[in-house]
Design a protein around this ligand. Structure first.
Ligand code: ADP
Length: 469
């Protein structure tokens, strides 16, 4: 479980809040119920005490004590109702005390006398030696010249206590349970609420420059999430626009530059061959011509890349034996390797068929071999291997050359990236060769990989899907 996640923090807040609210409500409920039960019980006892005082004892001078005792026994039957009744004479002696109750919850004769000097009516909670408590209401009765009788009516506080304990236990068990259910609910609810965000993330991760026409799923929730998904989609649309504008610009620019460059090259070639021009000037024209050719090369490659970006590789889609193509290309480049004193070998055991554009696939092999020859010092070696592996065609070009520093490895396929200008000086590249290899590989549903050790050589692998048999 991630403690920083929204779900987790929400669940923690929820549980803290719920615990506080429920604890407050539970405490209040317990307190109110307990007070209500105590008050009601006491009120019942007080009413009886008042009744006995007003109806029986007030008339005692007329009816006599024996009548009072008999009436109490008959009308109130305290033992049966588990009640305590005691009548104390003005002199403090006991006129009547009820017998042990049915449930034996207390012993009436052991209830201590009420402390004197209180008002007309009063009550108390008498805790007995055995832990039982009696809730007692007392009422005074004026009985003529004799003085004041005291009537006490009580009942065990046990049942109310037990009820209160039950309620407490119920709250103590029920509240954590309710909180646990609510918190788990809020955790899962927040997870489901954030599901669309997870889906948007998944989609966002697969959108790249190659599929900028795709959009994130829009959450129809009418809230911030919906606005976020729409805003992100607008942003992707703007990016797609900007991207296609810049691609179109490169395509248009390289296209427009090709014709004037061809004209300039032609003119310079004529001038370089014109014997009327002094030799020194012709030399300078010659080196300008080299630069113009280099420029023409770059423009040519940029144009090729822009066409690949536009997805035009499918134009000439045929079944190609890449093994034969690689062999023939290596053959053509053998002279170049020889010039540079590089031993070129190849291992092409069997035909390997892929679907694609022949000219572009050839370009891949040319660029890889050209680099192997360019970046390997004289005396080194370059080796090419083409074979089918599973459902893939693998073209491997390995050299014993300069190698590529680890920090540059992820960058060599980027446009115009060259490892270091010193080592590339004198070569006619512009950092576009490998980006063309990558674009062509991707356009053919494949990829290109590189492994290299600085100082001891590199291996480039182009992996393409095999054509169906
Ligand atoms: P360039 O036109 O400069 O050769 P590439 O895109 O073909 O551009 O290559 C990019 C960079 O990768 C080059 O500048 C070069 O330093 C490095 N590189 C490419 N192939 C090799 C190789 N076989 N051995 C060493 N370095 C290489």
């Amino acid at each position: 479980m991630n403690a920083r996640s929204i779900h987790f923090r929400l669940a923690v807040w929820h549980s803290v809040l719920l615990t506080a609210v429920f604890a407050l409500l539970g405490g209040l409920l317990y307190e109110r119920v307990k007070t209500y039960l105590d008050d009601t019980l006491l009120e019942t006892q007080a009413r009886r005490a008042r009744q006995i005082a007003e109806t029986l004892l007030a008339n005692e001078p007329r009816t006599g004590e024996a009548y009072v005792v008999r009436e109490i026994r008959e009308l109130y039957a305290p033992e049966l109702g588990d009640r305590f009744i005691r009548v104390t004479r003005p002199d403090g002696s006991v006129l009547y005390v009820s017998g042990p109750p049915n449930d034996q919850s207390f012993e009436p004769s052991k209830v201590p006398p009420a402390r004197a000097g209180r008002g007309e009516e009063f009550s108390r909670l008498e805790v007995l030696g055995d832990g039982n408590a009696l809730l007692i209401a007392a009422s005074r009765a004026e009985a003529g010249p004799k003085g004041t009788y005291l009537v006490e009516v009580g009942t065990s506080a046990g049942p109310v206590e037990r009820l209160a304990h039950h309620l407490l236990a119920l709250l103590a068990l029920g509240i954590p349970l309710v909180i646990a259910v609510a918190v788990a609910g809020s955790y899962f609810l927040s997870r489901t609420a954030l599901d669309p965000v997870a889906q948007m993330t998944l989609k966002a991760e697969i959108i790249s420059q190659h599929n900028l026409s795709e959009r994130l799923p829009v959450v129809r929730s009418g809230d911030e999430l919906e606005r976020l998904s729409i805003a992100l989609n607008h942003m992707i649309a703007r990016l797609a626009d900007a991207f296609s504008n810049s691609k179109r610009f490169v395509a248009d620019a390289s296209h427009e530059l090709r014709t004037p460059l061809t004209v300039i090259r032609g003119e310079l070639e004529n001038l370089a061959g014109d014997q009327r021009i002094p030799a020194e000037l012709r030399d300078r024209i010659g080196s300008t011509l080299e630069e113009v050719e280099r420029l023409g090369n770059i423009v040519q490659k940029l144009f090729a890349l822009s066409r690949l970006d536009a997805g035009e590789a499918q134009a000439e889609w045929v079944r190609v034996d890449i093994a034969a193509l690689a062999g023939a290309t290596a053959e053509q480049m053998a002279l170049l390797a020889e010039d540079r004193k590089i031993k070129m070998t190849r291992e092409i055991p069997a035909p390997v068929h892929v679907m694609g554009d022949r000219a572009r696939l050839k370009q891949v092999i040319v660029n890889l071999l050209d680099n192997a020859i360019k970046y390997t010092p004289p005396g080194g070696s370059a080796h090419m291997k083409v074979a089918a592996q599973g459902a893939q065609a693998v073209i491997e070009v390995t050299d014993s050359g300069a190698g590529i520093p680890p920090e540059a490895v992820p960058l060599v396929f980027e446009r115009f990236y060259r490892v270091d200008r010193d080592r590339s000086a004198g070569t006619d590249g512009a950092g576009l060769g490998l980006s063309i290899v990558k674009s062509i590989s991707v356009a053919h549903g494949g990829r290109v990989e590189v492994e290299s050790t600085l100082g001891s050589g590199s291996q480039f692998r182009v992996i393409l899907p095999l054509a169906e048999a």
